[in-house]
Design a protein around this ligand. Structure first.
Ligand code: URA
Length: 428
């Protein structure tokens, strides 16, 4: 087959700060997906994009080309609005679990395609798999049936969705090019647009435990993704939220499910409840539902009813006991004062080292492993009180988890209470 362009010319254009034409972009994504552009050529192009950027029109076309590389799902037969949420990932971020059933209470279908954890951030599928019997893999037909019957589904993305992204993401992961905003935005949005949701709320995390450590870059990512969504006809809104401190009081798998169920029962940590309710309000507004009261649906058990049906529809037993780690170790507060810092990255790395996460895609996670926190920033603590409990099945992991947490905790005198702001901004 005669190729329309030469990969080296395309690389040179971006290396020299040029702009790719729509035809060049379409060819690049297609040729890479079918193997006509080699990995080393795509790696060079990715690095040129990371260093020199892309303009709005290029990012939009790149995203469209990635969508065109695979199938597009269609939920129009459901006859009701659809809404999805995507988080850029953080520590203790279990919000999808209570959020999907909560939004479904109000007649909006939630098709939530989720992933697994890699590195220090947890994965929604890993958490749900700690529920005995629960299955992550559904056919498109089963997903549609569950959306019609239950209203919410959380499952693994099928292999047919944006295959170009799967190949590109794996390459970026090993070539230091994950952090390019045009590549992150197009990667996330191609999957969300191909999934066929009518509206989308993005939770863009900022802080030590997030992908984006500084607010300016997180804002740029959010603005780019919102524009891509709108260009594709998906009603899209983003919240910028804090990820310097873990969300809630648990980071792991089964312990995060347990905390999500507390939220669905009308309790749970206030930050998890606040973000769940706010994201539900945004999703419902984007889907055109007015005057809904998601906080009430958590208190009165309606969201829990949908949760139970959603877990059962995927083979899980929502009432079964969750796995518990075989071993635990407690970390005590070293001094009296106010806890002013509990570093999200350190807690995430500790949970990962305890076995809650994986270093390579093939690794197994431990369902019971993780970190249970007993205090959050703003709390008064006394020397010798338990601050955290480390959980694992393999006690030789405790030492490295403790090392990760060595600098994580900051205790200050009584008067220096921190100002907490979980939701930093809204970008529409
Ligand atoms: N998540 C994705 O799906 N893609 C990225 O590039 C980064 C995070």
């Amino acid at each position: 087959m005669t190729e329309a362009f030469d990969a080296v010319d395309i690389i040179r254009i971006k290396r020299d700060h040029g702009t790719l034409s729509p035809e060049q972009i379409d060819w690049t994504i297609d040729a890479y997906t079918r193997g006509a552009i080699a990995d080393e050529q795509m790696a060079a192009l990715n690095m040129a994009i990371l260093l020199n950027g892309m303009d709005r029109a290029e990012i939009s076309r790149w995203t469209a080309a990635m969508i065109a590389s695979g199938e597009r799902m269609d939920f129009s037969s459901l006859g009701r609005p659809t809404s999805d949420k995507h988080s850029t990932g953080g520590v203790g971020d279990k919000i999808t679990l209570p959020l999907a059933p909560l939004v479904a209470v109000f007649g909006v279908a939630v098709p939530q395609l989720s992933g697994r954890g890699l590195g220090h951030t947890g994965g929604t599928l890993d958490k749900l798999e700690s529920i005995p019997g629960w299955q992550a893999y559904l056919s498109n037909e089963d997903m549609l049936r569950q959306l019609a019957e239950v209203g919410a589904v959380i499952c693994a993305a099928g292999t047919g969705l944006a295959p170009a992204d799967k190949k590109l993401y794996a390459l970026r992961d090993v070539t230091g090019t994950v952090e390019a905003i045009p590549l992150i935005a197009s990667s996330i949005m191609s999957k969300k647009i191909a999934e066929g949701t009518g509206s989308l709320v993005l939770d863009v995390k900022v802080g030590s435990g997030a992908f984006m450590k500084d607010e300016a870059r997180a804002r740029e990512l959010a603005e780019t993704m919102v524009a891509l969504g709108k260009d594709a006809g998906v009603n899209t809104v983003a919240l910028l939220t804090d990820m310097n401190t873990p969300l809630g009081l648990t980071a792991g798998n089964a312990i995060e499910v347990e905390e999500s169920v507390e939220v669905l029962a009308g309790g749970g940590p206030s930050d998890v409840v606040e973000l769940t309710v706010r994201l539900a309000e945004e999703m419902l507004a984007c889907a055109g539902v007015r005057d809904a009261d998601p906080a009430a649906a958590l208190r009165d058990g309606r969201a829990m009813d949908v949760w139970n049906r959603m877990i059962e529809a995927q083979g899980g037993n929502p009432r079964a006991a969750l796995p518990v780690a075989k071993e635990s170790e407690v970390i005590l507060a070293p001094a009296d004062g106010v806890l002013v810092g509990l570093d999200a990255l350190a807690v995430g790395v500790a949970a990962w080292r305890l076995g809650a996460g994986r270093a390579r895609k093939e690794d197994q996670v431990q369902a019971g492993a993780g970190v249970r926190m007993h205090a959050k920033p703003g709390a008064t603590v006394r020397a010798g009180e338990p601050l955290m409990t480390l959980l694992t099945d393999t006690p030789d992991r405790f030492e490295r988890a403790r090392e990760a947490l060595a600098e994580a905790v900051v205790i200050a005198p009584e008067e220096s209470r921190p100002a907490q702001q979980l939701i930093i901004d809204r970008i529409a």
